[in-house]
Design a protein around this ligand. Structure first.
Ligand code: C5P
Length: 228
């Protein structure tokens, strides 16, 4: 995907964090953005919001053309308050909660693997990152969205710990969880994200690898701040 001149001359500070599901990217990215006074962008929330709309409209998730058209016709607005609480607005509706459902989580891959959909999303992500100092997290933010980012991180953790973190997070939200399903779901999502043809989950060559196994959020953020 071609970078425009404006993107190449990116004047704002951009920090990218990529990694597999449950590695702690969102929590760490929010905290880092708060400490630096930067904006925070959760790119996964954009793919989730579009997936929610596709599911509601009963679009066949194998129908690439319809999904690309849908991406062009959809407004997704992601905002955060001072505390970096995320609000995701799909067209005019607040979908912060519904985009986290199991159905959306398991279906997002089908929407996110389509080149035309990614083109629309990546362009929007670049527009945000060229106007604000930003911490942006996802799967391809250091490889595709901002290959010239100021600092890139790749955050990973032991798969058992990642599953446990996700289970804890869901339980804290009062959700019923089947631990085996969660663990299997994380594993399947990672495999699909790593092996897809467009914008796969991959460590950028110049990204700093951080293994967050056994580390607290504060410790991971502290490490990142040292590099920044
Ligand atoms: O980050 P989160 O787990 O919410 O992302 C949900 C899904 O969205 C991922 O499993 C992946 O398929 C897709 N995604 C993506 N590219 C990104 C961020 C997320 O393909 N930059």
């Amino acid at each position: 995907m071609a970078l425009t001149e404006a993107n190449k001359r990116q004047q704002c500070t951009v920090i990218t964090i990529d990694g597999p599901a449950g590695a702690g990217k969102s929590t760490v990215a929010k905290e880092l953005a708060k400490r630096l006074g930067f904006a925070y962008l959760d790119t996964g929330a954009m793919y989730r919001a579009l997936t929610l709309k596709a599911l509601r409209q009963k679009i066949n998730l194998e129908n690439e053309k319809q999904l690309v058209d849908l991406a062009h016709q959809t407004l997704i607005n992601i905002t955060t308050d001072d505390k970096k609480s995320l609000k995701v607005v799909l067209d005019a509706e607040d979908v912060t909660e519904p985009i986290r459902s199991l159905e959306v989580t398991q279906s997002t891959f089908y929407v996110a693997r389509i080149a035309g959909v990614r083109e629309v999303m990546v362009q929007r992500q670049r527009e945000i990152g060229t106007k604000n100092n930003i911490v942006i997290e996802g799967r391809d933010t250091g490889t595709v969205v901002f290959p010239h980012a100021t600092r890139k991180f790749y955050l990973d953790a032991d798969s058992k710990e990642r599953a446990q973190r996700r289970i804890k997070e869901l339980k804290e939200k009062g959700k019923q969880v089947d631990e085996l399903t969660i663990a299997r779901d994380l594993e399947e999502r990672d495999t699909k994200d790593i092996t897809r043809a467009v914008g796969p989950l991959k460590k950028a060559e110049d990204a700093i690898f951080i293994d967050s196994t056994g580390l607290s959020i504060g410790q991971v953020v502290g490490k990142m701040l040292e590099y920044i």
